[in-house]
Design a protein around this ligand. Structure first.
Ligand SMILES: Cc1ncc(COP(=O)(O)O)c(C=O)c1O
Length: 455
């Protein structure tokens, strides 16, 4: 492994050399991906700006993928890539796992969708109820965003109140009421005690009576602001591992305050575990030791197929009881689709406590390696369990205000350079390990990373 850069370099000096190579790195990317470039030209005539999925927007364009097996994907230009993001962490067993493919094949031969329930949804729901302390009842949906939408509707239906509290810098999917202050620009944040609610999309309606944005990890402000509106608050929605803030955990004090406040004022505590469920056999709630009233799920529980679920305590979930009159409704042509349920079950059955331990150990190895390589330069390594994130800042990251100090342009150049070296992470350097990630891949990645940051 190449030695890290000289200690005590000035922050600005550290980021400048790689950013100065942006044009060269982009030219190399283009020369490696001519077929993707051609497909992107076609995509621009079909999708606004060339993309139909915001999460995969990349500059100058995204590589198109032809296939994936295990830890490796092959792009349409025939290059093999080590996957370090696994479709936004949703493939803990890697690509095309034999157990999942066999289960799905069997289901495909029996048909793909029926206008009726199937036994497969019972099996997956039972697994969720067995593993998650908050799960006594389940409703399946088709995405994490939908799960969040239904969870908020359940909380409002159950409490008869409107206002939902979310944290600055938290991402909860694309439902309107949570698309506030997801990734606001530094100059739009306002007072740290009273964050300005910043829309994350055009076309949102006024949020003032529906959403209250509060700082992450600040129990005092949470207590003060929630108590001031106690009779209006339906729910607190919290990520027990905050994705956009660097895959960091909330402090125990913050989570305890949230739990106690919800009990005190009769509001619903929602943990959004769409991504964080990957932390532990018992979910993030098992990992942090606090039980919410409702939990939103997605990603891994679908075994690589579109999925969402809201699970929760009997009393709150009963707001959608089919026998009730004024109930919370929730329809969906593909809710609990048997192919998804089958793939999800095969995946969850393969995710035993030992497997969680093993992927989390790989994540720890990756973070320790990244920390060692970047010890003397202004980078901060964050992440939990199988997750890691490289942050272009020397600030400690405990909330969004810390996370927003990163040099985003440097992160994007490094991500593209890592792609050129054969590794796929997000443009802002989020990554995760899966069952199929090997020690050699981790070591190879650390060498590529060290070479790029010291070049
Ligand atoms: C915490 C969290 N909530 C909700 C979502 C939305 O899930 P989906 O992309 O399946 O709609 C995501 C997606 O990344 C997420 O990380």
């Amino acid at each position: 492994m190449t030695a890290p850069a000289t200690p005590h370099v000035l922050s600005n000096d550290f980021y400048a050399p790689l950013k100065a190579r942006a044009a060269e790195i982009e030219a190399q990317f283009r020369s490696l991906t001519p077929v993707s470039a051609g497909l992107f030209e076609q995509a621009k005539g079909l999708f606004p700006g060339g993309f139909t999925r915001d999460a995969v927007i990349r500059k100058p364009y995204a590589p198109f993928i032809a296939k994936g097996k295990g830890a490796v994907m092959t792009d349409v230009d025939g290059r093999t890539l080590f996957d370090l993001w696994y479709n936004a962490s949703s493939l803990p067993l890697g690509h095309a796992d034999a157990r999942v493919i066999a289960a799905v094949d069997k289901q495909l031969a029996l048909g793909t969708a029926y206008y009726a329930p199937t036994e497969s949804e019972l099996a997956l729901a039972q697994i969720l109820c067995d593993r998650l302390a908050s799960a006594e009842r389940v409703r399946f949906a088709n995405s994490g965003s939908e799960a969040v939408m239904i969870a908020l509707r359940l909380a409002r239906g159950f409490t008869g109140r409107d206002l939902v509290v979310k944290c600055e810098g938290s991402y909860h999917g694309s439902y309107d009421d949570v698309q506030w202050s997801v990734a606001p620009a530094k100059d739009k944040l306002g007072d740290p005690d009273h964050p300005v609610p910043v829309p994350d999309s055009a076309g949102l309606l006024d949020s003032s009576d529906r959403v209250l944005v509060l700082p992450f990890n600040n129990p005092e402000i949470l207590r003060r602001e929630v108590r001031a509106r106690a009779d209006r608050i339906a729910a607190l929605i919290i990520e027990p591992m905050a994705n956009r803030m660097g895959l960091i955990l909330p402090t125990p004090e913050f989570l305890i305050a949230a739990r106690e406040l919800c009990d005190e004022i009769g509001a619903v505590l929602i943990f959004d575990e769409v991504i964080a469920f990957r932390l532990d056999y018992h979910g993030a709630q098992g990992f942090v030791g606090i039980t919410p009233d409702l939990t939103t799920l997605g990603k891994v529980i679908g075994g690589g197929f579109p999925v969402g679920a809201v699970v929760g305590k009997v009393d709150v979930m009963a707001a959608s009881d089919a026998a009730r009159k004024n109930r919370v409704t929730h329809a969906g042509t593909f809710n609990a689709n048997p192919v998804t349920m089958t793939a999800g079950r095969a995946t969850m059955e393969a995710l035993t406590p030992d497997v969680y331990e093993s992927i989390n150990a790989k994540g720890a190895k990756m973070r320790a390696g990244l920390e060692a390589v970047s010890a003397s330069v202004p980078l901060t390594i964050t992440g939990e369990g199988s997750f890691f994130k490289i942050n272009a800042t020397s600030e400690a990251i405990t909330d969004y205000r810390g996370a927003v100090t990163v040099d985003g342009a440097w992160e994007e150049v490094l991500s593209l350079a890592l792609f050129n070296a054969g590794y796929l992470l997000t443009p802002h350097l989020h990554g995760c390990c899966s069952v199929v990630t090997t020690d050699e891949q981790i070591e190879g990645f650390l060498v590529a990373f060290a070479d790029l940051i010291t070049a």
